[in-house]
Design a binder for this molecule. Structure first.
Ligand code: KG4
Ligand code: ZN
Length: 361
């Protein structure tokens, strides 16, 4: 007998996007995303404002996801929710809403790690993508490389020791007075600038580690502004500064990813997270992988940004492998815990003592 694909209502509220999706197997029936704009004047996400906005948005966003999918709660077999990592107040809104719905409709709740969502988001774009593959997750909160052998076996190869790549874009944009989020503004201005105009640091580029470090970049830009443009950078210099900053971030991301791909003989690379919208990153990773004959998957932007479809897809796999009864008891807790890779281990030692990440929520 053919197994009926389960219909999952997925909820994602780990940061400043309120999102809900209906997923049946690997098919996305709807993917509703509300990016909170209230944070713009503050130059970053204000946790208290984020959780309050999630409270206001969660019901309309979930309703819209059901309507767009042409479903009612009677069609839903399970609820998936991001349980970690993220802002605790934001996570709590999604987790408690999911539990409330589950109690009302007697449904199981599947807790999902947000990073697992990003790692497997390539399967939303290309459902037939096989294992293994390398995943670069680059967003405002995370920068990490994973070696993915199956849904159950994911190894963290390296992650940022300080700022995430998106955070670096945002902090530099704030120094340049470009507003929040800064990545899209820097990307736009960089298109008209010279990436070699200013020499900026590429931290850990020559190191064997797959860890990243971007906090020095912001300090270098601050130093540059104080030394050369203490009255504020003239408008005509902005494109050159933006192009130089973007080149510094993208070069490190691409070179480390390609080095890992060669070491692991990766047949495919998935690039996910908000920073994967960056035009230079997309272009350079496509060029580098084409030269090496490696397949690259760059999911569409709505699957790259924080979204609930990726959470639903991972939940569906967990239900398929673990069985629906495992998730009946509603023991789901939100946790802000971030991922950490050991800063001391080198690329070589990581290959030897590869360890699984603590991704399973
Ligand atoms: O994945 P995401 O929506 O949320 C987080 O989980 O952080 O990523 C948002 C981040 C922000 O830091 C934003 O500046 C960055 O992605 N971003 C970009 C671009 N579009 C968004 N960074 C560089 N270039 C872009 N085009
Ligand atoms: Zn994210």
């Amino acid at each position: 007998m053919m197994e009926r694909p389960l219909t999952v209502l997925a909820i994602e509220t780990s940061c400043d996007e309120t999102a809900a999706a209906l997923v049946r197997g690997r098919t996305v029936l709807s993917n509703v995303l509300h990016s909170q704009s209230i944070h713009r004047p503050y130059g970053g996400v204000v946790p208290e404002l984020a959780s309050r906005a999630h409270l206001q948005l969660i019901v309309p966003v979930v309703r819209q996801a059901l309507v767009e999918a042409g479903c009612t709660m009677d069609d839903v077999d399970a609820i998936a929710v991001t349980a970690q990592p993220g802002l605790i107040g934001s996570l709590l809104v999604g987790v408690n809403f999911a539990k409330g719905l589950a109690l009302r409709y007697r449904l199981p709740v599947v807790p999902i790690n947000h990073l697992e969502g990003h790692i497997f988001s390539g399967l939303l774009e290309e459902p037939e993508l096989g294992f293994p593959f390398l995943a670069l997750v680059v967003s405002g909160g995370h920068t990490a490389l994973f070696w993915v052998e199956s849904f159950q076996h994911v190894r963290l190869l390296g992650s940022t020791r300080d700022d995430a790549a998106g955070e670096a874009f945002d902090k530099v944009a704030s120094l340049l007075g470009l507003g929040y989020p800064g990545g899209p503004a820097i990307d736009r201005l960089a298109a008209k600038g010279n990436p070699a105009a200013f020499a900026l640091p590429r931290a850990l580029l020559q190191d064997a580690t797959f860890d990243f470090s971007f906090s020095g970049l912001k300090t270098a830009v601050r130093g540059l502004l104080q030394k050369r443009f203490h009255k504020g950078p003239p408008e005509e210099v902005l494109p050159d500064i933006c192009a130089s900053v973007q080149a510094a971030i993208v070069e490190v991301l691409v070179q480390k990813t390609i080095r890992a791909a060669r070491l692991y003989h990766a047949p495919a690379i998935v690039v996910a997270g908000g920073v994967s919208a960056n035009s230079a990153l997309r272009r350079q990773i496509q060029e580098a992988t084409a030269r090496l004959g490696i397949r690259v998957v760059l999911p569409r932007i709505s699957y790259c940004l924080d979204n609930a479809a990726m959470i639903g897809l991972v939940a569906h796999e967990k239900l398929r492998f673990g069985g629906i009864h495992r998730f009946q008891r509603l023991i789901v807790t939100a946790s802000p815990t971030p991922l950490r890779a050991s800063p001391k281990s080198t690329a070589k030692s990581r290959v030897k003592e590869t360890r699984e990440t603590t991704l399973s929520a």
